[in-house]
Design a protein around this ligand. Structure first.
Ligand SMILES: O=C(O)c1ccccc1NCC(=O)[C@H](O)[C@H](O)COP(=O)(O)O
Length: 206
């Protein structure tokens, strides 16, 4: 199981995520309490080994904004959380992970218009367009929805990610709020989440 840790802002959280086996690390460039400036993200990204993918998260960005972040942060993937059109997604220089808020089965029909590398399914945002810490009803995900391209997000935690992996069988799981304490990322939670998602037994590291 692949794991993406989103909204990282500190170097020691990158170290925790990388050492526990994270596959993707996300930087928030959109309006969010987790927002980071491009220059800061570039400095943090330099600490990420090449086998871990760097993801830039945007909401309705301009092309110029994406291009600048791709170049300065050396992004591997672009995550789009707004109302970006299929055409906009298709015309990016890096693979796109398009986020969809799920409230009904119809939301999956909308996805058919998009030809992207990954489809991230998330609960609807509250204050922002993502990162709400809320779960959506996983039973809305159609059985045949290309599991090799599905990224499950929304309200995942170290406690429920094992169940999510077994039930939904996505390509990857994505988390932000569930690895935070008092609104800040927490290294122990990051490590626990990655281990639970990947099925690493707790005493494997002893
Ligand atoms: O995290 C945010 O603050 C955010 C704000 C605006 C757009 C997207 C945002 N997050 C994107 C993510 O990839 C989150 O990990 C995903 O929405 C799940 O969040 P959570 O339910 O908090 O685990």
């Amino acid at each position: 199981m692949k794991v993406k840790i989103c909204g990282i802002q500190k170097s020691h959280h990158i170290k925790a995520a990388v050492s526990a086996g994270a596959d993707y690390i996300g930087f928030m460039f959109a309006q969010s309490k987790r927002r980071i400036e491009i220059q800061e993200a570039a400095e943090l990204a330099a600490q990420i080994p090449a086998h871990v993918k760097r993801v830039g998260v945007f909401v309705n960005p301009s092309q110029q904004e994406i291009d600048e972040a791709v170049q300065k942060v050396d992004l591997d993937l672009i995550q789009l959380h707004g109302d970006e059109t299929p055409h906009f997604c298709r015309n990016q220089v890096k693979p796109v992970m398009k986020a969809f808020s799920i409230t009904s089965e119809d939301d999956f029909k909308r996805m058919r218009d998009y030809d992207v590398a990954y489809y991230l399914v998330d609960a609807p945002g509250t204050d922002y367009r993502g990162g709400s810490g809320r779960r959506f009803d996983w039973s809305l995900i159609p059985e045949n929805h290309r599991p090799e391209k599905l990224v499950l997000a929304g309200g995942l935690t170290p406690e429920n990610v094992g169940e999510a992996v077994t039930e939904v069988k996505p390509y990857a799981v994505d988390v932000s709020s569930g690895v935070e304490v008092n609104g800040e990322k927490d290294s122990n939670k990051i490590i626990a989440f990655i281990h639970e998602a990947k099925g690493v037994r707790r005493n494997d590291n002893l």
